[in-house]
Design a binder for this molecule. Structure first.
Ligand SMILES: Cc1cc2nc3c(=O)[nH]c(=O)nc-3n(C[C@H](O)[C@H](O)[C@H](O)COP(=O)(O)O)c2cc1C
Length: 400
């Protein structure tokens, strides 16, 4: 049987599936159930020094659904944990006692140097295996833009990582970045330059979730007002994949991946572009801790199908296939190939190509699509809109 163990910052995880800092990791009873279900580790919901005000507002969650009621994205205006570091450290100590083989990671956020240092000492004392530092929550008073995310100020990323590393005696330090920057490589490089052990890539995407067309007020409606949400869930996966790939390609740093993973396939994709493990939040909030069974089964069958003996064999494997547009091989024309046996004659490819492509698909009297080889360039629009899997694919157009 393939070996699902992974290492991150020198710590061994029994599988690459970790609970992200969020409501599922903000309650001891829930954490116990998560570990019992088979998750390899958990990042506690982010905590702060005792006395820090955490003024939560409700409702804090909004869903964007598609195909009926499938949750495609979720927005939250949650803050860090209401439970301060003294309480969270007690939980960490309890979990380390009850589940010594699981990886229990503290997550911290401070608003000045003293806070960050104190939180590091408290986490180490409690027995945390590693410390994740949220540089992607709005920050108290640090920097030139109080209330902005620390991860958006490269100078501060370097400086604060340095403070944290200076304070940490035992625990690896993981910096949780924000994808909301012009150059994620610059941010990760600042962590590396300051001696950070790893990055968590990345986090939710700042978003406005929508407007209620009856009340004309944005959502979530909190007493008639709203503020921007953090977008999570399947919709943000492509953004996360790029962020992980960029950091892996340009810095070689150790990465724990978060943002949009819901299935084992998503997790494998994160690993293939360089993450060493994968954190889950929205998927667990929607489907529960039990998804771990599917994640493990799927990963094992994937590894066996590809003859990978261990996860290490394929971490970062796909990075070598990513390049800049100007270096892509010179395939100048493709051709759309439609499997008429699978086609359900919905006409979506026809309409899309007619008004958004190259007018290269015709429909016969029986609503069967036909591709005009002369007009088709193989742009891929028809395959993108087709609702049937593997019905349309694009081939290089090689004249016989
Ligand atoms: C309700 C909610 C609360 C969260 N709280 C925290 C937090 O306290 N600290 C943190 O670093 N990330 C927090 N996150 C971000 C998650 O850890 C995760 O990085 C993000 O949701 C993207 O992953 P996902 O698409 O699997 O949900 C929170 C996310 C949600 C949805």
């Amino acid at each position: 049987m393939a070996d699902m163990r992974t290492t991150f910052c020198g710590i061994t995880f029994e599988n690459p599936f970790v609970l992200a800092a969020a409501p599922p990791t903000d309650n001891l009873e829930m954490l116990r159930r998560g570990y019992e279900a088979g998750w390899a580790g958990a990042v506690m919901k982010t905590t702060s020094v005792p006395g820090t005000p955490v003024p939560l507002k409700y409702p804090m969650l909004t869903g964007i659904t598609h195909e009926g009621r499938r949750l495609f994205a979720m927005g939250n205006i949650d803050l860090i944990s209401e439970h301060h570091a003294d309480e969270v450290c007690e939980r960490i100590a309890t979990l380390k006692r009850e589940f010594p083989e699981k990886v229990t990671i503290g997550s911290i956020m401070g608003s000045c140097r003293d806070d960050w240092e104190k939180l590091v000492w408290m986490m180490e004392e409690a027995g945390a295996d590693a410390i994740e530092c949220s540089f992607s929550c709005p920050q108290g008073t640090l920097g030139s833009k109080p209330g902005a995310m620390l991860g958006q100020d490269i100078g501060l990323v370097r400086e604060v990582t340095g403070w944290i590393k200076g304070a940490a005696k035992r625990c690896p330090v993981v910096i949780k970045l924000t994808p909301q920057v012009a150059d994620i490589v610059e941010a990760a490089s600042a962590v590396k330059a300051a001696g950070g052990d790893a990055v968590c890539a990345s986090n939710t995407i700042p978003s406005l979730m929508g407007i209620n067309l009856e009340t004309l007020r944005p959502i979530p409606d909190v007493g008639g007002m709203t503020s921007y949400s953090g977008l999570s869930g399947p919709a943000i996966k492509p953004i996360t994949l790029r962020v992980i790939a960029e950091i892996a390609r340009h810095t070689g740093m150790q990465i724990t991946g978060t943002g949009g993973a819901s299935t084992w396939q998503d997790a494998v994709e994160f690993l293939l572009v360089g993450a060493r493990n994968v954190q889950f939040c929205t998927a667990v909030m929607k489907e529960g801790f039990r998804i771990i069974d599917h994640l493990k089964d799927g990963l094992l069958s994937f590894m066996e199908r590809h003859n990978f003996e261990k996860v290490e064999d394929f971490i970062g494997y796909s990075l070598k296939f990513i390049t800049t547009h100007d270096r892509l091989p010179g395939i100048s024309k493709g051709l759309s190939v439609i499997d008429v046996k699978k086609c359900i004659r919905c006409g979506l490819c026809y309409v899309a190509c007619l008004d958004g492509g190259h007018m290269a698909i015709e429909m016969d009297k029986k609503r069967r699509p036909h591709v005009d080889r002369e007009k088709c360039v193989g742009c891929g629009l028809c395959a993108a809109v087709c609702p049937v899997s593997d019905c349309i694919h694009i081939e290089p157009d090689v004249e016989e």
